[in-house]
Design a protein around this ligand. Sequence first.
Ligand code: PDD
Length: 277
Amino acid sequence: SIVYLNGEFVRLGDAKISVLDRGFIFGDGIYEVVPFYRGKPFRMDGHLARLKRSLAAIRIEGAPDTQEWDALVRDLVKRSGLEDSLVYLQVTRGVAKREHGFPDNVSPTLFAMVSPFRRPGAQQRSQGMTAVGMPDERWLHCEIKSISLLGNVLAKQHATDAGADEVLQFRDGYLSEGSSSNIWVIKEGKMYAPPRSNLILEGIRYGLMEELAQETGTPFQARPITQDEVAAADELLVTSASKEVLPITQYNGKPVGSGRPGPVYAALRAAYDRAID
Ligand code: PDD
């Protein structure tokens, strides 16, 4: 497949970077994952705005502006010929002698690739996912979409080792997020989520879920959520670019509510499908 690297479109196998790239040496970079449906981007403006915020947060300069990214990503998807796809974008600080502080006169490494997007199918939608809880052991800038993902990688592996699909992470007893997703709690017809803060990555689906809650008449409140509230939820939902919105039907080995996808999920899922149509 064709990827974009530093101004050129090349075959994946021909895309090479220096071992001194700060992404490789320090995890000094940021990324995005943008979904395309039937060749068209979904909420790309939100993704590119977040990319810009991530770059500003870690003070990487000299990357393309939003318009240039937009054109580049569409071009890449067109070249791929894929219908439903996920575009991965990565920017690192660039190649320099190994010194922790920012190097002078460095230009960022720009990378983009596109993969087929197998949307969650009937089975996943009807069976839902399983999850286990664990302490959030990550750093305090989870709002930056950093490529330094060791905490997230270890969290996801914790789920896998426990035979579950996802983890719910708790910081000081309060829900933060999944390993690569945002989490939603439904109780008595109302929806709750942890507030936007430095402790979670604000998914592009965070704002979307607020819109879909409005549309479906689901009351929504962003507020801190305790472990007990999660354990007593009627429904738990997970959102991300690749999972869209899915129910968690089993948590810490116990059924969530009825153990089947619930009515709030059904309404929001239908609204999600309409939104991408
Ligand atoms: N992950 N929280 C974390 C830690 C994430 O990594 C992600 C997305 C989200 C949801 O964000 P969005 O709705 O914009 O996809 C929340 C991407 C998909 C990934 O790492 O592959």
